[in-house]
Design a protein around this ligand. Sequence first.
Ligand code: SF4
Length: 241
Amino acid sequence: MTRTRIEPSAPQCQRCGTCCKKGGPALHKKDRVLVESGRLPLTDLFTIRRGELARDNVRGTLQPLDTEIVKIKAREAASWTCRYYSDHDSACRIYSTRPLECRVLQCWDTREIERLYSVGRLRRKDLLVPVEGLWDLIVDHDRRCSYESLHRLTRRLKSGGGEADAGKVLEVIQYDAELRDLVNERGNLDPEMLDFLFGRPLTRTVGQFGIRVECENGKVVRLVVERSVDTGGVGNPKTGQ
Ligand code: SF4
């Protein structure tokens, strides 16, 4: 009797959905065409700004970003699952036009994603410079609400800094919130684009500095310094930062 040799099957995607549930991909310059053609609308993207604390899943570190990244949003605020993932059939709803990171990711062999995840990332500037006025607004917001200065101020505040430091931090957070309100009131931009244009609101991300804000009548009015640093609100990208 001849025996048939059974070769181990080649590793392949089991469609468990784990990688899509860990977060949408960061976009790269090769994905620009997807945005420009409208297949990836700006309302489905958000920015993690330079200096913002983010988890690097490849290096296994949690550190401030040295350059911004643009990512696909999650389905809802309380989850990291990519908004294009369908539980119904465990599938990607944009499979044929999925971004670069999703195309190269093989969870059984991560060498390719490790090689390219930090190379040629797409930035807001790549998409927005031709839009008159808007880019200047973003640059001004980045300058006034930089994560670098927030890191510095909150470090001083938590090591005994006084009213002056607390006031400066509050001012930055209020400016960020008021700018978003103003853009919404003017009504010429889709509110869903704000997290792409200006990054996520500081009212949501300041937890990474161990502080939170309190609001009255929809306005940020005071800071509360917490003991522990909340890293739950930082980036949890598909892979990489
Ligand atoms: S774009 Fe598609 S493949 Fe990529 S993370 Fe989202 S659902 Fe998964």
